[in-house]
Design a protein around this ligand. Sequence first.
Ligand code: MLT
Ligand code: ZN
Length: 468
Amino acid sequence: MPELIESITRVVGSRGLLTGADTEPYSEDWRRLYHGRTPAVVRPATTQEVAEVVRVCAAANAPIVPQGGNTSMVGGATPDESGTQIVLSLARLNRIRDIDPTDLTLTIEAGVTLKAAQTAAAEADCLFPLSISSEGSAEIGGIVATNAGGNNTLRYGNARDLVLGLEVVLPDGQVWNGLRRLRKDNTGYCLRQLFVGSEGTLGVITAAVLKLVPRPRETEVALCAVSGPEAALNLFTRFQAHDPGAMQAFEYMSGTGMGFVLRHIPGAVLPLSQPAPAYVLVELATPRPDAGLRAALEQVLEAALTQEVVTDAAIAESEAQRTAMWRLREEHSEAQKQEGASVKNDVSVPVSKVPAFIRAATAACEKLIPGIRAVPFGHIGDGNIHFNLEQPEGSDGAWFLAQDHAIMDAVNEVVRQFDGSFSAEHGVGRLKPYLMAHWRGGAELDLMRRIKQAIDPGGIMNPGKVLP
Ligand code: MLT
Ligand code: ZN
């Protein structure tokens, strides 16, 4: 190990290396579920340095854990407890290489935060439309490597749909420069899509060409009170029928989750006359300055109120009010963390089945652990629900977390009945490889294993993640 660290230091210099106590923030995930150990956190500053570091590690057969903003929900960027896995932080690869408002492309390095990418796009009068709650810390490399989804998938797709090109350091240290910015390119296998969603198990993404869209000129946001997921879905179909092209986000929140936000998040205020069983946050946006979105929003909401699909609604009147409404949604994970121990299930089912899924999964969990508090929320317009479970009031948090597999199994049994997926947008990481065998068995898992073997025969890239 000392020789390896010495060779790595020769590549990145002492500025590019952290050891001892300095590695601790990189060895634990933000939810504090995994406490790994690493001999060193390597922080290269260029793609060439990344390639050189990977070459040195490959020669020593040393495992590498690529890490971006360390915001994984499934422990995808955390080293294990062996103390042998080198953490490769991409944070210093933080340059914007090019932005082109005509091509509508942003060529950007892996360590740029999502927020900084959005800001760069806005400065060029464009929008990079991927948006997630952790965007202040999450980095582009991780966003792409995990095929992140988020609030605007409904309109613009997942990370996968927004990537035109990639630069990747392969497990033998070769650099694959696939930074093309073509909308059409039909030349054999689509390699970039292999790396999108591979969660660091096939190589290290060092830069990407991302798609931009014209910046919205009109945006409307409303928070609606509804009686439950059935009414939320009804409202969704109304907006869809009215103008599907204008819907930027359509998010569901339960009364329980909103209660946690109002209790734990400083300054959070419900802009409605009273709490409701559930809520919807809808955002409409358009690049046209004269599209009359406000009138459209009011028309749909008025009809929904008259027909008692919506029981109350507030429309944001300013940017500050829009931000405050979004905060009620985006602080859901933080509020749950403060409320106590929680088990996350990031699942998807066909959109039409979300209400029945929420009812059935809630019943299954309540049967398993009386007093458990279901906190379903998220991207109902994508059929993607964060079916999170909070410990029963007054119970022991460690005891509750020890039930995580039993809870996940109970939820996933229902997901299976509804032809869904056990991981919609958070990935597989370290938390869920055990589910892969059961869900992606046979030819599918075999093919994935053969791809892994072909690209990373030494098995040094993010071992223990994704594949069982
Ligand atoms: C979100 O959409 O806020 C996160 O993906 C959800 C989570 O905490 O499970
Ligand atoms: Zn989400």
